[in-house]
Write a protein that binds this ligand. Structure first.
Ligand code: EPZ
Length: 430
């Protein structure tokens, strides 16, 4: 099985280029099928979740032309089926965006229940509520979500909690509904704004994305466009925290610094230096870093997708830090893996109490989900000795060429397929 082998202890130094935002691109790809004209999407990250969604789009009959690793042309005029179901699409969360897109375009969608990282119960009641208010009849049968409407109409929707997925899904469907839709308590993440901008570039009429209230005036049809996905805020954050954790010095390029403010603020608090430029951020770790507290919150709060990575930074800081997870109830499972590496962390319900240690030691650990996996890589890069990380397919869902980008920063990390290759790596890096 593919795994990472890491020899830790080298501060990461240099420059890294950030790829397009996975979670924006997923919504954008779904939006692309809503017109019969060709849509060109650029700056797509070449990661598994994106490629699975592109395959699913092809699977329902859309014409897909992969121009290169980061650019695709999609034409939705050839769609033959509103039924999206295969063994791969089941595994990704964003399969549910096909619901909003197909429902908006064809008034009918049948999509397999979404999978995704196992970070707690991940209900879709708010998506269903939104579609129902737009006039659809939604039922779950044989593992599929089936949504159907005679005609979609605008509605005033108040979400019970802030949900990225439900906000995007309702934006998609409501763009082609008759009349006006208002989404209250909408999510405000940068990817919401990016999907709205993309839909607007296709002729939709969406205002207020990035605030709590999004207003959508339904249009009769959408047209083709060319659109470039924003940089990935979480990939950028992961490299920023890699600089902090390894006490390195990294210039993180191709980012929107405004999207990273919650992260930059924490890096200052622990004692790192952060320099912001127009489209890059430089983070310089400090030999002695301080403890702090963090609570995950919807944007502009501290993102839950950076929670495991900051835990690694705190694990190597001076003093006792706390991390409170308020979005997903099961996002601390990776703590047992960090403990194997010498971290001192206790979890009680939704709070992790982290007593900083002066060093970690290498161990064999498992990537339990995408961001937890990335955090274990950061831990491995700091640890003395060798760390092997199994189940790296989780990491590959969301980080493009993670090992390659890290190697360019001086990390000793390699993908290996068996014990013999692992031994070879160890002989090479001593
Ligand atoms: C998106 O998931 C991201 N995934 C996640 O990224 C991210 O962790 C999450 O937003 C929060 O920022 C994609 O964009 C594909 P939510 P999503 O709906 O949309 C509850 C990563 O590592 N909820 O905002 O599924 C839910 O249980 C990942 O890239 C309901 O109760 O998250 C959670 O507690 C993993 N009912 C909270 O809301 C619903 O109908 C926020 O979830 C929907 C959500």
């Amino acid at each position: 099985m593919e795994r990472y082998i890491i020899k830790g202890g080298t501060p990461l130094m240099g420059e890294v280029e950030i790829s397009g935002a996975k979670n924006a691109a997923l919504g954008i790809l779904a939006a692309a099928i809503m017109t019969d004209e060709t849509v060109t999407i650029e700056n797509l990250p070449d990661v598994k979740d994106i490629n699975v969604l592109i395959d699913a789009i092809e699977g329902i009959g859309a014409t897909v032309n992969r121009v290169n690793r980061h650019c695709v042309k999609i034409n939705g005029s050839t769609i033959t089926s509103v039924h999206a179901d295969n063994e791969y699409i089941k595994k990704i969360r964003a399969s549910y965006y096909l619901l909003g897109a197909l429902l908006g375009k064809f008034n009918k969608a049948e999509v397999t229940l979404p999978g995704g990282c196992n970070i707690g119960s991940r209900p879709i009641d708010q998506h269903i509520k939104g579609f129902t208010m737009l006039g659809a009849d939604v039922k779950i049968e044989y593992g599929m979500i089936i949504a159907e409407a005679e005609k979609l109409h605008g509605a005033h929707i108040f979400f019970d909690m802030v949900s990225v997925g439900a906000t995007i899904n309702v934006m998609l469907a409501a763009s082609l509904a008759e009349g006006n839709t208002i989404i209250e308590n909408a999510a405000k993440e940068p990817h919401i704004v990016d999907v709205a901008n993309m839909l607007n570039s296709m002729g939709a009429n969406i205002k207020g994305a990035g605030t709590d209230v999004i207003r959508i005036r339904g249009v009769k049809k959408l047209h083709g466009t060319e659109y470039s996905v924003i940089p990935d805020q979480i990939e950028a954050g992961t490299f920023m925290f890699a600089a902090a954790a390894t006490r390195g010095d990294i210039l993180v390029k191709n980012v929107i610094p405004k999207h990273l403010e919650a992260l930059t603020a924490k890096l200052y608090e622990v004692g790192c230096s952060v320099e912001e430029y127009d489209d890059s951020v430089r983070v310089i770790g400090n030999p002695v870093q301080k403890c702090s507290q963090v609570k995950t919150l919807p944007y502009p709060g501290f993102p839950t997708d950076m929670q495991p990575q900051i835990t690694v930074v705190f694990a190597l800081a001076q003093g006792t830090s706390t991390v409170t997870e308020s979005i997903f109830e099961n996002r601390f499972k990776y703590v047992d893996e960090l403990t194997k590496m010498g971290a001192k962390i206790r979890v009680k319900s939704d709070v992790a109490v982290i007593e900083g240690v002066t060093g970690l030691t290498g161990a064999n650990v498992n990537a339990l989900d995408l961001r937890a996996g990335a955090a274990l890589v950061l831990a491995g890069l700091c640890a003395e000795g060798y760390t092997t990380i199994e189940d790296i397919h989780y990491i590959q869902r969301g980080y493009e060429n993670f090992d390659e980008k890290l190697r360019k920063l001086g990390a000793m990390i390699q993908i290996v397929y068996d014990d013999r290759e692992e031994q070879k790596f160890k002989l090479q890096v001593v």
